[in-house]
Design a protein around this ligand. Structure first.
Ligand SMILES: C[S@@+](CC[C@H](N)C(=O)[O-])C[C@H]1O[C@@H](n2cnc3c(N)ncnc32)[C@H](O)[C@@H]1O
Length: 281
């Protein structure tokens, strides 16, 4: 199982640089079933600090969250106390009985599940990932979901990874590394279908900004807490990070940063940062 991002460290600052985007999309997918939303028992797999649980909670019957980072769950517990069932463990092997949940959502997690090249690996040694852990997670989700229940995966396509984030252009090797670890949308749909899900909708969120208000900070890449808001940065080698930071400093000093941001952001407007894949059991 991949653990390239240190969420014990990131958990302290995570909420300063992350927002729950696409909550309406998740709710509309969960709602297309015979059980009213207000009665549904829903799991967020890889819930982190509970940003999505917090946004979903007023609309649903009961919520459970699972994550393998105690640091992230500690933050979540401060928000919910005993009101949300929070379980520490891997979503590849869930402790829940068969068909327990009416719905499952998984937000920005699947790129963490499989192994891939790390910052120290030479690109010539890279091999494509066959996504065994993503497949195992999807099989587990199928097992614990009741028939007719919705499974909403919020992920980032390879195109969105490359051009949906202005700073991705500064660390292209790290972006290639993350894409190497995770299925792109066609492969994800193939895995979901092979496991037994019917794909209902695949929709890009063109407006949502995962890093929240700090996303456009022109000095952002220079700060560790800012970079901790997106795990892609942790896949940069020291040399790639130093080069990226030099470019940022130079553009800020020379007054060209605004034009660079505008050019990069014009690419995001057409593709967005996240995609919601809704499957039905
Ligand atoms: C980018 S964060 C997303 C957190 C939350 N879903 C959100 O969107 O705010 C990824 C989360 O996935 C968790 N994670 C990664 N692999 C996991 C696994 N195998 N089992 C459980 N949690 C995992 C990490 O600990 C981290 O909290």
């Amino acid at each position: 199982m991949s653990q390239y991002a240190n969420y014990t460290v990131a958990s302290d600052d995570y909420d300063k640089t992350r927002a729950a985007v696409g909550v309406d999309t998740i709710l509309s997918c969960l709602a297309r079933t015979s059980v009213p939303l207000g009665n549904q028992i829903v799991l967020e797999a890889g819930c982190g600090t509970g940003n999505y649980l917090e946004a979903l909670r007023p609309h649903l019957g009961s919520l459970s969250g699972m994550d393998f980072s105690e640091g992230m769950l500690t933050q979540a517990r401060t928000k919910f106390g005993e009101e949300v069932e929070l379980t520490c463990g891997s979503i590849l092997d869930m402790p829940y009985e068969d068909e327990r949940f009416d719905g499952i959502t998984c937000n920005q997690v699947i790129h963490h599940l499989d192994e891939g090249p790390d910052a120290s690996d030479d690109p010539v040694d890279w091999k494509p990932c066959s996504n065994p852990n993503v497949t195992q997670f999807i099989q587990e989700a199928y097992r614990v979901l009741r028939p007719g229940g919705a499974f909403v995966i919020n992920t980032t396509s390879h195109t969105q990874f490359r051009d949906g984030y202005w700073w991705a252009d500064l660390i292209p090797v790290a972006v290639a590394r993350v894409c190497c670890r995770m299925p792109d949308l066609d492969r994800l749909k193939e895995i979901l279908t092979a496991v037994g899900f019917e794909i209902e909708t695949v929709s890009a969120d063109l407006d949502g900004i995962l890093q929240g208000p700090s996303y456009l900070d022109p000095m952002g890449p220079l700060g560790e807490a800012w970079r901790a808001g997106d795990s892609t940065w942790s896949l940069s080698s020291d040399a790639e990070l130093a080069d990226a930071q030099q470019r940022v400093e130079k553009m800020n000093t020379e007054g060209t940063m605004q034009a660079y941001l505008e050019e990069r952001e014009s690419k995001r407007f057409g593709i967005g940062q996240g995609t919601f894949v809704c499957g039905r059991k």
